[in-house]
Design a protein around this ligand. Sequence first.
Ligand SMILES: [Zn+2]
Length: 183
Amino acid sequence: MKRKPLREPFDDFCLDFLDGIHRDPACNWCKDPGKPIDRSGLCRHCYRISLEVRRARAMMGRLSQFPQKSPQRIPLELEISNRLQMEQLCRNEGESYGDLHTKDLDGLSLEYDLQLLSQWLLGKRLFRGWASILDHAFSLHQRRFLSYTLSKLIREFSRRHRKSIAMGQVMLKEIHGGLPRVD
Ligand SMILES: [Zn+2]
């Protein structure tokens, strides 16, 4: 199938819209262009998590009070891992959705976002195999615009559920080979 040309009439709007949104510096972690940042270079959400991570690092010192494999270590290790994972999730969000106005964004990214949203909304992964359709249905500028639109939903949901999403991932790591060493 022939690829769409890089620019179409609606592209100018997408280009101006996304350039305008990305004019100001964004959060160092999540790179959300819609959130104001403070002197730390972080938005309010990431800053709050950075404080929790700082406390988690202080908690690591307490781990040495307990022998390895002691039952008292488990809740502490889980809490520390959870907070570190929350930071990682914020940074991952920045990788995925930061600077969308300059990303070489293909249909696979859009397919992933649509699948993620349908999983969260319906518990079912719709849009499987849509990458090629999305690639050809929209120009690069339109895909960036669409990705930004979807990212608004994904970011908001992720913010609200950051702690539980992080804990789910920590538990998965625990099942598949134990928690990473935090001390
Ligand atoms: Zn942030």
